[in-house]
Write a protein that binds this ligand. Structure first.
Ligand code: GTP
Ligand code: MN
Ligand code: MN
Length: 603
């Protein structure tokens, strides 16, 4: 092998020596420094087609179908590690291993792991390149799938190399699918290893990922960098890295508000990010669908930036009725579909795309599929990967280096009971308390059966790079750094409450615009609210339900605060807070809980 650094597009000494060191360890046949160009996309996608990983879709321009190994379909939380120097800093919600021990173990996995393959070196930037402090990363990978996906999901290639001059900070992202190819050995469409490690070294701003090709495990700019490592950077530097969508709303009077919302995975972020408002005269535009970085502007307000350049969205359930804008985005092509089904005429299909499935498909396991097959044709976590820039509702500001000023933050989970449709917090501190108790239940619950409730604070449980108690304190501290009046108002929502008949008590999707409208009028001081034990809620008649064809008794039920349900909820919150550990749970959250108990007149 020729020396990999001869062709390096950067003179950054730390990058060059790191690439040399990793090439020595992993022993690839070749090292390619990615330029992020259209020519590179064509070359790599053609190679992926020739090798049987991709199938070119005849019905979507420049788009590809792909099926993973059936064991490599999702994030692997039990194989995800926060390797801080001290175990106490990873906190009770993360797996931890000593960083030296982890590197020793993983080095042996990486040794020779790229044999017979090409090592790609990808320079990327999370957020606009012309930001005041652009956040760079360099990912080494032996996966062409990862290389082309990173072109969609991040700003990458030559413009980033040009900025990576000596001394520039960057996050080291090392990835291998862990499937060396020995002479004479045939490749498989989706190489990966049964053993997987997704390891983060927060103090060193380093990520090592081994054994998986799935997006959340392998596209290291996304969850690994922009949430786990960035949450730690944000704690150190006084900002927030959050699992939030960013949405621009314009009222009929042409007043503009930007809002952010945090919901756990598969609880509606991408849907709300591309909202099609049913309320007359309102427009919604998309800025981000998964991650928001929030920093204070000079005016003391919190500004949000979407660090990504693509959507990596859940496919099933996406259709012209639920998310027409996502469908229109995909129609424009330039997309990668993983683990969806393929139609006989070279298009894609998944459950929920149309009411009736085509008579014949190739399913995500590459088998013949018909409506009588008895299994879903697409994996429930199948995903589309597509550029934000081609979304028909993208707001021009999506690329603004300074971000957009946030008026409101919404937190919500999937709860069949207890949590009302919408609650406004009394203060930043009360809002942080509500968010710290956020929860969501398993979705596969049989009719009538109550799902398993899991706490997912701020929708960040799988994405926190440090101790959850310190994270709560950080949120509280953020609230003291500006005038209370400049902070976003915090709301708590639940689109998923169900009635005794197990039907949703709220129609959701585009109708959620009615909840956003009430929240924005609360901010502007023109909407009424009632005090309740858990927070402020719309007075009867305060929600604009004009033209809504939905049983109003159900909506009233969606808004109910049921003291009996809340007694149970208090016990669950007690249990959750007890797991955090006394000295790291901020006292004010314990006090908020005590005050809630008192307002509910609970024992
Ligand atoms: P990640 O990308 O994994 O972080 O998830 P996400 O939060 O972007 O989830 P997504 O928007 O893809 O939501 C997926 C699921 O939520 C689908 O089953 C949708 O049908 C459902 N969903 C989204 N919005 C609503 C809503 O307002 N009401 C109801 N009932 N379901 C919704
Ligand atoms: Mn997500
Ligand atoms: Mn999403």
């Amino acid at each position: 092998m020729s020396t990999p650094t001869a062709a390096a597009p950067t003179a950054h000494p730390a990058i060059v020596s790191w690439v040399d060191e990793i090439a020595d360890l992993t022993a690839p046949d070749e090292v390619v420094w990615c330029d992020g160009s259209a020519g590179e996309w064509d070359r790599l996608t053609t190679q992926l087609v020739e090798r049987g990983t991709f199938v070119r879709l005849e019905r979507k321009p420049n788009s590809f179908w792909c099926a993973s190994d059936p064991e490599d379909v999702a994030r692997v939380e039990d194989r995800t590690f926060i390797c801080s120097r001290f175990q106490a800093d990873a906190g009770p919600t993360n797996n931890w291993m000593d960083p030296v021990d982890m590197k020793t173990v993983m080095t042996e996995h990486f040794r020779g792991a790229m044999a017979g393959r090409t090592m790609y070196v990808i320079a990327f930037c999370m957020g606009p390149l012309d930001a005041a402090e652009p956040k760079f990363g360099v990912q080494i990978t032996d996966s062409e799938y990862v290389a082309v996906s990173m072109q969609i999901m991040t700003r990458s290639g030559t413009p980033v190399w040009d900025r990576l001059i000596a001394g520039t900070e960057f996050v080291r992202c090392l990835h291998s699918v862990g499937a060396p190819l020995y002479p004479g050995q045939a490749d498989v469409p989706w190489p990966c290893d049964h053993t997987k490690y997704i390891s983060h070294f927060p103090e060193e701003r380093t990520i090592w990922s081994y054994g998986s090709g799935y997006g959340g495990n392998a596209l290291l700019g996304k969850k690994c960098y922009s949430l786990r490592i960035a949450s730690k950077m944000a704690k150190d530097e006084g900002w927030l890295a959050e699992h939030m969508l960013i949405l621009k709303l314009t009222s009929p009077e042409q007043r503009v508000h930007y809002v952010a919302a945090a919901f756990p995975s598969a609880c509606g972020k991408t849907n709300l990010a591309m909202l099609d408002p049913t309320l007359d005269g309102w427009t919604a535009e998309t800025i981000g669908d998964d991650i928001a970085w929030l920093r204070f502007g000079d005016d003391g307000r919190l500004y949000a930036v979407n660090p990504e350049a693509g959507f990596f969205g859940v496919a099933p359930g996406t259709g012209v009725h639920t998310n027409p804008h996502a469908m229109a985005t995909l129609e424009r092509g330039n997309s990668i579909f993983t683990n969806v089904a393929r139609t006989d005429d070279g298009d894609i299909w998944w459950e929920g795309m149309t009411d009736t499935p085509p008579p014949h498909l190739t399913d995500w396991k590459r088998r013949d599929w018909t409506p009588t097959s008895g299994e879903p044709a697409a994996h429930p976590n199948s995903r589309y990967c597509t550029p934000i820039a081609q979304c028909p509702t993208v707001a021009p500001e999506w690329n603004d280096p300074g971000g957009v000023p946030i008026s409101a933050i919404f937190f919500g989970g999937r709860r069949a009971t207890t949590i009302p449709l919408v609650t406004e917090s009394r203060s930043w501190q009360h809002g942080v308390f509500l968010a710290s108790t956020l929860s969501s239940e398993t979705t596969a619950a049989a009719a009538g059966q109550v799902g398993v409730v899991r706490r997912d604070p701020m929708a960040m449980l799988p994405f926190l790079g440090y101790h959850v108690g310190d994270y709560f304190q950080h949120w509280l501290d953020i609230g003291t750094r500006t005038n209370a009046g400049l902070l976003p108002k915090i709301f708590y929502v639940n689109w998923f409450r169900r009635g005794d008949d197990d039907e949703f008590l709220w129609p959701g999707f585009g109708e959620n615009s009615r909840i956003l409208e009430w929240a924005l009028r609360r901010i502007e001081g023109t909407a009424e609210a009632d005090e309740t034990p858990i927070g402020l809620m719309p007075t009867p008649g305060a929600l604009d339900l004009t033209g809504l064809k939905f049983d109003h008794a159900k909506i009233a039920a969606a808004l109910r605060v049921d003291p009996t349900e809340w007694i149970t909820e208090l016990r669950l919150i007690d249990e959750w807070f007890a797991t955090i550990g006394g000295n790291r749970l901020p006292d004010v959250l314990r006090e908020e809980l005590a005050a809630l108990r008192q307002r509910l007149a609970a024992p």
